[in-house]
Design a protein around this ligand. Structure first.
Ligand SMILES: [Zn+2]
Length: 86
């Protein structure tokens, strides 16, 4: 899966992340991109669900961490783990 745009300048974004997502069996079948442009409240999300493998794009407002997204196809709630500390 690819980001639906080119990143010309990382400073245009207040948040951007990508994660591989595992299903119940621990297989990496899905992926998520989440980004928020600077000055915007909504996050944009591009998701490939690890459970049903449906690709979808939507915008979302996260109220608190950890961030969770919900697959619109199978209804599963997917936890977006935060990055491990470097
Ligand atoms: Zn799904």
């Amino acid at each position: 899966m690819k980001l639906p745009f080119e990143i010309k300048d990382i400073r245009d974004f207040s948040y951007i992340t990508s994660r591989k997502l595992k299903n119940d069996k621990g297989e990496k079948r899905g992926e998520v991109f989440i980004w928020r442009r600077r000055g915007e409240e909504e996050f944009n999300c591009k998701l490939k669900c690890p459970y049903c493998e449906e690709e979808q794009e939507f915008s979302v407002v996260f109220n608190r961490r950890p961030y969770r997204v919900r697959c619109s196809n199978c209804g599963k709630s997917i936890l977006v783990e935060k990055l491990a500390a470097k």
